[in-house]
Design a protein around this ligand. Structure first.
Ligand code: WTA
Length: 649
C-alpha cells in the first residue's frame, strides 16, 4: 500500500465542519433523497437504469438493459444513438443553443468563446473534413492537441462519424505517442503546430513527425495552426486544419449502436506498455451526464471549470461529455497554473465569475505552499462548489481549500474514480452529504463499492482492504484494446465476480470510504498515473543501464515522487555520476514525457530480489522513503545488497 497517505488521511479525531447548507434546488438536495434513490438502484436496478436512460436521446430504443457475461457488459443493447448528438444537436431549439458552450483563455490572455450552435458548426465541419479524408465508422483517430476549443470539436467530430478517438496528452513524448498509435493501429492523427507552456511554444508537429517514422499505419495528419511555428508538412499525408475544416459542409451524425466504441484512452498499468481502456457509447454518455448532474449540480447560469487536460479521463468525462450533455458553460485554460504568477487561477475565477472549480490535490497543495495572500487578493465570491480528483486529498489541503478558496461556504466534492470506471463512483453530493476532510464519502446511486480482505472477506469498519465494485455499471470499461485476457486478469481475477480497482481503502463507522492509494505497482505523481514498469523499461532502454527498479516515495506536494534504483553496465561504472543521473532523467522524459522524469536516481551494484528473482519493491520503497529497510528480509537473495543500498547517501 502506498504508505504514508493512509496515515495522513486518518485524522478521525478532528472536528469536521458541519454540512454546508447548499441550495435547496440541488438535483439531489437531501440525504433522504439520496438514500431513496440509492435504495431503488439496489432493489430494482432494471427499473432504475431504465428510468435514467431517458436522459439520453435515442434514435432507436434499446431492447435489453444489461447483458452481463462477466466481465463483459452490454448495456442498452439494440439501441442506437450518437454521442455528439447528446452534447450538441440535442440542445437545438432550446435556450442552450445560443448560450456559451466554451470560454477559452490562453496563457497570454488571448480569449475565445463559442456558443453551442458555433461549437456544433465547428464539429460538423471537422467531421465532414475528416470524412472527406477517408475517416469512417469504426476507425481510431489519434488526437494529440493542446487544450483549445478545436480539440473538443475534434473529439466530437470523431463521435459524429462513429470513429473512436484516442486522445494522447500533448505532454507525452514522440515515443509514447508512437506506442499508442501503433497499439491502436490508428490511421489518422489530429495535432497542432504548437502548445504553449510557461511562455514557450512546444513544437507538437515535430513530435508527431518523429513518432510517424515508426508508425506505418498512419495515412493522414490534420494540423491545426495556432502558433507561428514553422513546421514540415508531408505532401499527401499532412493537411492544414484551416484549409479543410472551414469550407467543409454539415455532417449528419452516424447512428451508433449502444455498445459501439466511443473512445480508447491509454493508461498506465502494472506491467509493460500502457493499455488502451475502451469505453462504449450509451453507457458512458449516460453515466457522465448523470454523475455531472448529481455531483456538480450544474445549473443554466453556472460557469464551470474542470482544470484537467482532455488528455486524461477527467478531461474526457468532466470537460467534454458530462458538462456539454447538460448544456453547461465550460471554461478552458491552456497553460501553466503559475504563469505568469501563482495568482493566475484566482484571477481567471474573478474575471469570468467561475462558479464551480474541479481540480487536483497537487494543485491545491502547490497553491497552499505559496501562501493565502495570493488568492486573498482576488474576489472569489462567484464560487459555489469545489471539487477534487485524481489522488487522495490530505485533510490539511482539504481544510485550506475549504477556508481560503471556498470561504467555508462551498461544499467540497472529493470524487473517487478511475479511467476504467469512466465516471465518478464515490463522492459527496453537495446538497446531501456531510463531508469529512479526506474522505470521498459515499457511492453514487447505482454504484456498489466495498472493501474486502485479500481473501475476499468484507473488511470491518476502519479495517484497511481492497476497494472493489460488486455490480456492473453503465460506464465501466468494456475492455483493453486488443487484449481481453489482460482485462480479465487485471480487474476480474483478484476476487471472483467483482471489479478490482487496484486501490487500498477502508470504510469508517459511518460507511464513509477513505481511499488510501494504489496497492499495485502504479504510482500517482501529481494526480497522474504512472506505471513503474513503464519507467523501468524506459531506463533500461538506455545503453548504460542493465536493470532498473522504480518505486513511489510519499511527497508532500506531488503525492508521490519517482525514485529509480539503477544498475549500470560494467564499462559505464566509472561514469555513474551526477552527469549520468541528469542524462538518465532526460532519457525518461524523451521516452515517456516530462511527467515521468525520476526525481531521484540511485546507482546500485544489484537489486534486492527474492529467491525466485522478483525485485523486492516493498524494501526499495522503504529505502526510498526512510533511508533503511526495516521489513522482513528473510526471502532476500542477497541480504548484502540491501545493506549496501541502505547505507547509500
Ligand atoms: C486515484 C483519475 C483518492 C486512485 C480520475 C485511482 C483517487 C487512480 C481519487 C485513478 C480520490 C482518483 N481519492 N484517490 N478522490 N481519485 N484517485 O485513471 O488511486 O488517472 O485508482 O483516473 O487515481 O487514476 P486515473
Amino acid at each position: 500500500m502506498s504508505s504514508g497517505s493512509f496515515e495522513s488521511l486518518s485524522h478521525e479525531n478532528r472536528k469536521f465542519p458541519p454540512a454546508q447548507s447548499f441550495s435547496k434546488n440541488a438535483h439531489i438536495s437531501s440525504l433522504e433523497q439520496y438514500s431513496k434513490l440509492y435504495a431503488e438502484s439496489e432493489k430494482n436496478p432494471d427499473a432504475f437504469w431504465k428510468a435514467q436512460s431517458e436522459n439520453l436521446k435515442w434514435s432507436k430504443p434499446f431492447k435489453t438493459i444489461l447483458e452481463w457475461d462477466e466481465p463483459f457488459a452490454k448495456w442498452f443493447d439494440g439501441g442506437e444513438l450518437n454521442a455528439s448528438v447528446q452534447c450538441l444537436d440535442k440542445h437545438k431549439g432550446t435556450s442552450v443553443w445560443n448560450k456559451t458552450a466554451l470560454i477559452w483563455e490562453g496563457e497570454n490572455e488571448d480569449k475565445k468563446s463559442l456558443t453551442y450552435s458555433e461549437l456544433s458548426q465547428l464539429t460538423n465541419r471537422t467531421a465532414s473534413a475528416l470524412k472527406t479524408l477517408g475517416v469512417k465508422k469504426g476507425d481510431i483517430v489519434t488526437i494529440y492537441m493542446p487544450l483549445v476549443p478545436e480539440v473538443i470539436a475534434a473529439m466530437l467530430a470523431c463521435a459524429r462519424l462513429g470513429a473512436a478517438h484516442s486522445v494522447v496528452f500533448a505532454g507525452f513524448s514522440s515515443q509514447a505517442l508512437r506506442d499508442r498509435i501503433n497499439d491502436s493501429q490508428s490511421q489518422t492523427v489530429i495535432t497542432a503546430d504548437g502548445v504553449s507552456r510557461k511562455g514557450k511554444i512546444l513544437d507538437l508537429k515535430s513530435e508527431v513527425d518523429r513518432a510517424l517514422q515508426n508508425s506505418p499505419t498512419v495515412k493522414r495528419v490534420v494540423v491545426l495552426k495556432r502558433a507561428e511555428n514553422t513546421v514540415n508538412m508531408t505532401v499527401g499525408r499532412d493537411f492544414w486544419w484551416h484549409e479543410i475544416v472551414p469550407k467543409a459542409a454539415e455532417c449528419e451524425p452516424v447512428a451508433c449502436q449502444s455498445e459501439d466504441l466511443l473512445f480508447t484512452l491509454y493508461t498506465s498499468g502494472t506491467t509493460g506498455k500502457p493499455k488502451g481502456i475502451m469505453h462504449s457509447t450509451a453507457g458512458y454518455c449516460l453515466w457522465t451526464q448523470l454523475s455531472t448532474k448529481w455531483v456538480f449540480d450544474i445549473k443554466a447560469e453556472d460557469i464551470y471549470w474542470c482544470t484537467a487536460d482532455v488528455g486524461w479521463v477527467t478531461g474526457h468525462s468532466y470537460v467534454v461529455y458530462g458538462p456539454l450533455q447538460l448544456g453547461a458553460t465550460v471554461f478552458l485554460y491552456e497553460g501553466a497554473p503559475n504563469y505568469p504568477d501563482w495568482g493566475r487561477f484566482w484571477k481567471m475565477i474573478q474575471n469570468y465569475k467561475i462558479t464551480i472549480l474541479y481540480t487536483a490535490p497537487t494543485a491545491i497543495r502547490a497553491f497552499m505552499g505559496q501562501g493565502e495572500d495570493i488568492p486573498n487578493k482576488y474576489n472569489l465570491s462567484s464560487l459555489r462548489l469545489l471539487g477534487s480528483v485524481g489522488e487522495p486529498i490530505n485533510p490539511e489541503a482539504w481544510l485550506w481549500y475549504n477556508r481560503v478558496i471556498g470561504k467555508e461556504k462551498c461544499p467540497i466534492v472529493d470524487t473517487w474514480w478511475q479511467t476504467e470506471t469512466g465516471g465518478i463512483m464515490i463522492s459527496p453530493l453537495p446538497g446531501a452529504t456531510t463531508t469529512k476532510p479526506g474522505s470521498c464519502t459515499l457511492p453514487l446511486p447505482g454504484i456498489f463499492p466495498a472493501v474486502v480482505s485479500k481473501e475476499g472477506r468484507s473488511s470491518k469498519p476502519n479495517e484497511g482492504g481492497y476497494l472493489i465494485i460488486t455490480r456492473p455499471w453503465p460506464s465501466m470499461a468494456r475492455g483493453i484494446w486488443g487484449d481481453p485476457e489482460r482485462f480479465k486478469q487485471t480487474y476480474w481475477s483478484e476476487h471472483k465476480g467483482v471489479y478490482f480497482a487496484g486501490d487500498g481503502a477502508r470504510q469508517d463507522q459511518d460507511g464513509y470510504f477513505w481511499v488510501m492509494g494504489r496497492i499495485d505497482d502504479v504510482i500517482n505523481v501529481s494526480g497522474h498515473r504512472l506505471g513503474t514498469a513503464e519507467i523501468e523499461s524506459a531506463l533500461v532502454s538506455h545503453e548504460a543501464v542493465v536493470e532498473a527498479a522504480v518505486v513511489g516515495r510519499p511527497d508532500a506536494l506531488k503525492g508521490q515522487s519517482v525514485v529509480a534504483f539503477v544498475t549500470v553496465e560494467k564499462s559505464w561504472k566509472d561514469r555513474a555520476d551526477d552527469k549520468m543521473i541528469q542524462e538518465l532523467k532526460s532519457h525518461v522524459s524523451k521516452e515517456i514525457g516530462a511527467l515521468a522524469r525520476p526525481d531521484e536516481i540511485r546507482f546500485t551494484d544489484s537489486l534486492p530480489k527474492t529467491r525466485s528473482g522478483k525485485i523486492m519493491r516493498r524494501l526499495l520503497k522503504e529505502i526510498a522513503t526512510n533511508g533503511v529497510a526495516i521489513g522482513d528480509t528473510t526471502t532476500l537473495e542477497d541480504a548484502k545488497v540491501l545493506e549496501a543500498l541502505s547505507n547509500e547517501d
